[in-house]
Ligand binder design. Structure first.
Ligand code: ZN
Length: 145
């Protein structure tokens, strides 16, 4: 797909988010806000053993943050907790398919951050040793200062 098609795909997820809403009595719930542009993502997971049986998200904010969360929910249905913890920022950026500058990467990665908070994964929105494949993520967002 070229960039235009990816942009259409992002807008489609933004306008018609998949797995939108909440679950009753989720096995885990997490929510985070991206202070840079006020995006918010909440995530509910219901597990069957160590697999995702159901997932819902709710939130508000820019198209990239909401579309990324929507795509992420589709991707993780049926995944194991181990697979969720193994997801990396690079996987999310690849899933979105367009080049995203450092400031907007916070938006794109908010869903992953919430997911990892939910399941005890390593991504906290900050670079650390566990994310050694991902140093570029932590370049300062000079364009928003
Ligand atoms: Zn945003």
């Amino acid at each position: 797909m070229d960039d235009d098609l990816y942009r259409q795909y992002i807008l489609d997820h933004y306008r018609d988010p998949r797995n939108h809403g909440h679950l009753e009595a989720p096995d885990c719930h997490a929510a985070e806000t991206n202070p840079l542009c006020g995006d918010r993502v909440e995530l509910d997971l219901k597990l069957d053993g160590d697999r995702v049986a159901e997932v819902r998200f709710d939130g508000r904010g820019c198209a990239i943050s909401q579309a990324s969360a929507s795509m992420l929910t589709e991707r993780i249905e049926g995944a194991t907790l181990e697979e969720l913890r193994a997801l990396r920022p690079a996987d999310i950026l690849e899933m979105l398919g367009v080049t995203i500058g450092p400031a907007r990467q916070r938006c794109a990665l908010l869903g992953l951050r919430v997911l990892h908070e939910c399941v005890g994964g390593p991504y906290t929105g900050r670079y650390d040793e566990d994310m050694a494949d991902d140093p570029a993520m932590e370049e300062p967002a000079a364009d928003v200062k």
